[in-house]
Ligand binder design. Structure first.
Ligand SMILES: Cc1cc2nc3c(=O)[nH]c(=O)nc-3n(C[C@H](O)[C@H](O)[C@H](O)COP(=O)(O)O)c2cc1C
Length: 205
């Protein structure tokens, strides 16, 4: 079992990475593989809205989104993590998430997901809401913790001093490991996700 963790920060080794390392330590203890993918230094355009992915199943832009989309196929769990910028997730994470879910949503469907936010002081909850909406429109199983998944600090050293933040992230990782093992056990017993159909309806007549 593997968890793909996407770090939406511009800092390779900043606070968001610190939060993901806390989660990674627990996953390791639980025997779950993980990979952290950093979006730092990546030039990631927003979705063009061309709709080509709806027929080809691939984004035409050929960048890190395509890589993540292909890796998603064999991943069992996902963590999308971001610093808070003006009370929302980073633009680079949102560009990735919009394009990933539009083009490769099927590779994430019925899998386990969680969002993680870090901030100096405020804006985690509104950002949490934005990221979680991608999961809940895509039939994903959202993992929770003992608080909303957030930690405070300007860097990873400060984050480590946020005792409740660290505890929340550790509990999130434990819950994710438990859920992944439970789903795996279900699969072995032929308990599979439903094959739901979606009825689209545009408010235009
Ligand atoms: C453009 C920008 C906007 C920010 N807006 C907020 C904010 O709304 N609330 C907050 O608490 N911190 C804000 N911060 C601080 C970052 O969220 C904080 O420093 C975080 O630890 C950075 O994580 P990173 O090192 O992983 O990039 C902002 C930082 C930047 C660069």
């Amino acid at each position: 079992m593997k968890v793909l963790m996407i770090n939406g920060s511009s800092h390779l080794n900043g606070t968001t990475n610190g939060a993901l390392e806390i989660i990674a330590n627990i996953l390791k203890q639980e025997g779950i593989d993980y990979e952290i993918i950093s979006l730092a230094s990546q030039n990631i355009p927003d979705c063009l809205g061309c709709g080509k992915c709806t027929t080809t199943g691939q984004c035409i832009m050929g960048d890190i989104v395509n890589e993540i989309g292909m890796k998603a196929l064999s991943a069992d769990g996902f963590i999308f993590a971001s610093p808070v910028y003006y009370a929302h997730p980073s633009a680079r994470l949102l560009a990735v998430m919009d394009r990933l879910f539009y083009a490769y949503g099927n590779n994430l469907k019925h899998k386990v997901a969680a969002s993680v936010l870090v901030a100096r002081r405020a804006g985690c909850e509104s950002s949490f809401d934005v990221i979680n909406k991608h999961f809940t429109i895509n039939e994903m199983v959202v993992v929770s913790s003992t608080y909303w998944n957030q930690g405070f600090g300007m860097n990873k050293e400060q984050l480590k001093q946020d005792i409740e933040g660290v505890n929340t992230l550790e509990n999130l990782a434990k819950n994710m490991a438990w859920l992944l093992k439970t789903i795996e056990c279900g699969k072995k017993n032929n308990i599979l996700p439903p094959k739901n159909t979606k009825k689209g309806f545009n408010f235009i007549h």
